[in-house]
Design a binder for this molecule. Structure first.
Ligand code: A2P
Length: 307
């Protein structure tokens, strides 16, 4: 396994298991199977609604000596309705309680978007908080306090562009990771360059195109990365699957990648991507894919009148 290294020497396995859209009922078996296969990096979030069940799998796997806590790399994310400074620590404690862990390896601000505390998904502009009411720097300070209390080893952001990261960096402490949508239809060249020059790791979510997204996040006639002809050609060349090529492309760019699956065969297939060695010709071919598309475009936060 390849790892991305942090300043303090900690190492994040470059492939992790995504758990967005893994329903309670499926996710327990998926985590157990993934640990058995060799996954050690698990990407979670409070809003996915499945941390309680994931926590049961972690605690059972640890109790049966299948894995040690210190060998796991567990991430989670602060939801948008807990951005006010007094709400961050309780949200992290709830996540730790659900995951049955004493600390996280990495805690993200999920989106640079704040809701009123009682509002999980705003259905009107009044459900949001403005940046004056909930400045990102306030949330970031509270995240640092969680790190100071050793409840998370590292802190990061998700869905942040470079100018929003700059706003945080003015406060002194940089995020160590930015997790964004990233695949050959959205290669994020500028953000990758920016993050690399600021010693910030990138993690790619929706690396396979997240075709199992909820319908409110889907549009008609979206491209399907797994069915792209160039991806299929490269896959044939390496006797690999399209998913392995999509995952291998991120690995080759030193970008962590968190494909989601709850299917044992696909879990194994995706983990096997580390063995698919793409060469420069493959990378150039993939990088020349012209279609560009963002699947999770954030438009649910930008309804008319929202701040
Ligand atoms: P499943 O969970 O049934 O395996 P993303 O990681 O981009 O969010 O994509 C997740 C979607 O891709 C899910 O629908 C998942 O289905 C599917 N998927 C995961 N691994 C593979 C694979 N190796 N080949 C095809 N589809 C896959």
């Amino acid at each position: 396994m390849t790892f991305l290294q942090f300043k303090n020497g900690d190492k994040m396995p470059i492939i992790g298991l995504g758990t967005w859209k893994s329903s309670p009922g499926d996710v327990y078996n998926a985590i157990m199977e993934a640990i058995h296969i060799g996954y050690r990096h698990f990407d979670c979030a409070a809003i996915y609604g499945n941390e309680h069940e994931i926590g049961k799998a972690f605690s059972d796997a640890i109790a049966s000596n299948e894995v040690k806590r210190e060998d796991l790399w567990v991430t989670s994310k602060l939801w948008n309705n807990a951005h006010k400074s007094g709400d961050v620590l309780p949200a992290l404690k709830k996540t730790l309680n659900d995951l049955k862990l004493e600390y996280l390896d990495l805690y993200f601000i999920h989106w640079p978007v704040a809701h009123k505390p009682a509002i999980v998904f705003p259905d009107s502009p009044g459900g949001f908080l403005t940046y004056d009411e909930a400045p990102l720097t306030e949330t970031w300070d509270a995240m640092q306090q969680c790190e100071d209390k050793a409840l998370t080893k590292h802190i990061g952001v998700s869905n942040f562009n470079s100018s929003k990261i700059d706003q945080l960096t003015n406060s002194g402490i940089k995020p160590e990771v930015n997790q964004v949508e990233l695949h050959p239809y959205l290669p994020q060249y500028d953000l990758l360059r920016y993050c690399q020059s600021n010693q910030i790791h990138l993690t790619a979510y929706s690396p396979l195109g997240s075709m199992d997204r909820p319908s409110m996040l889907k549009k008609d006639n979206e491209p399907i990365p797994l069915e792209n002809e160039t991806i299929k050609e490269v896959a044939n060349k390496h006797n690999a699957s399209p998913a392995q090529v999509l995952i291998g492309w991120s690995i080759k760019r030193n970008v962590a990648v968190i494909p989601k699956s709850t299917n044992p065969d696909r879990l194994k297939e995706n983990f096997g991507s580390v063995n698919v060695q793409l060469d420069e010709e493959d990378m150039q071919k993939i990088n020349s894919i012209e279609s560009q598309y963002r699947f999770v475009d954030g438009s649910i936060w930008t309804t008319e009148g929202s701040p």
